[in-house]
Design a binder for this molecule. Structure first.
Ligand code: AVJ
Length: 322
């Protein structure tokens, strides 16, 4: 059984226009990381996950491959798996396999912004898991979390990939509170987070030798050129990736190589960049066990399970409502 609901805003374009106008008028200038991911950006991110320097995807896959049975048991053998940002559900199959083996698997709820990939994934999964019900939701999950269907027998709500690290502390807290508010006593959250480590490995992971991450970062300018009629010259900016030890996060920026004025016709806006001026395009926060325990507690959740790879580079944590 496949049922997919679509809740895409008619005004996705208007939201982007407003976000970009606000971000480029702010001091310092800033763009939201969600605009990286057009088709080209998604391809480039796929390439990033295969880079020698970029360990998080491999580490998370290893944890899921080796410990999904343990995770499912610790989560109380839930009947539904809800996945935020499901995409092609590549890593999810480890969890679905473990739920099938535990005899609890009933429903998969993929939540993703792409309608095409959600349909495609749903079709493949019902064939691979006979009897599985797929109740997909196509939406921006930051906006439509509350539409996630209820499940009987407990839900495991997975938010993998470390994407929670893109959020600033306030919106991150609000997001955890909203998740907590839609969780019943049997539901569990499974959150993927990159962990604090030395500057060298972090900066290499976000500034790889082959320049894929630089291209990924600059691609956001191509997105603005196409979607908003801007005239960014991608050659006139360089990729900057620094670890901010105080905030424990990667701080990713584009630095203007020259003094320049960029026109954004769709916003009827001219934006000045000084030579050397930096515009932030992403933060990627790194966590510790203690920090996560505190963030959960502040949001009315209790950290109940902790699963890392052998090198302790990355963690999946399980949380329950307090
Ligand atoms: C997909 C948000 C988890 O922060 O590591 C990778 C995105 N940016 N390299 C991350 C990203 C530059 C990635 N997340």
């Amino acid at each position: 059984m496949i049922a997919i609901e679509v809740h895409l805003d008619a005004d996705t374009a208007a939201t982007m226009a407003r976000d970009v106008r606000d971000g480029l008028s702010a001091e310092p200038k800033e763009l939201a990381p969600k605009y990286f991911y057009d088709e080209r950006g998604s391809q480039l991110f796929e390439q990033i996950t295969e880079l020698e320097e970029y360990y998080p995807t491999r580490a998370e896959r290893a944890i899921l491959a080796e410990r999904s049975a343990e995770i499912v048991t610790a989560a109380g053998a839930p009947r539904s798996l809800v996945e935020l940002g499901s995409g092609s559900a590549a890593k999810t199959r480890h969890l679905l396999d473990a739920m099938r083996e535990a005899g609890c698997l009933s429903t998969y709820v993929p939540v993703d912004i792409s309608e095409e990939i959600t349909h495609e994934t749903a079709g493949l999964l019902v064939e691979e898991y006979p009897g599985l019900a797929v109740r997909g939701l196509v939406c921006d999950f930051e906006q439509h979390l509350e539409r996630i269907p209820d499940g009987e027998g407990g839900r495991l709500i997975a938010f993998l990939g470390g994407t929670v690290g893109n959020l600033y502390p306030r919106p991150r807290h609000d997001f955890l509170v909203r998740l907590r508010d839609l969780m019943g006593p049997e539901d569990r959250l499974l959150l993927g987070t990159d962990l604090v480590k030395g500057r060298e490995r972090l900066e290499a992971a976000y500034d790889d030798a082959s320049g894929v991450t630089a291209e990924f970062n600059k691609n956001v300018l191509a997105v603005l050129n196409r979607e908003l009629g801007a005239d960014f010259d991608l050659e006139a900016f360089e990729h900057v990736a620094r670890y901010d030890e105080v905030e424990a996060r990667m701080d990713i920026r584009l630095r203007s190589l020259v003094r320049q004025t960029v026109r954004i016709d769709g916003l009827d806006l001219a934006v000045e960049f000084a030579a050397g001026e930096e515009m932030r395009t992403e933060i990627s926060t790194k966590f510790t066990y203690e920090q996560l325990a505190r963030l959960y507690a502040e949001a009315g959740l209790a950290l109940g399970g902790w699963f890392t790879d052998l090198d302790c580079d990355y963690a999946l944590s399980l949380a329950r409502p307090l």
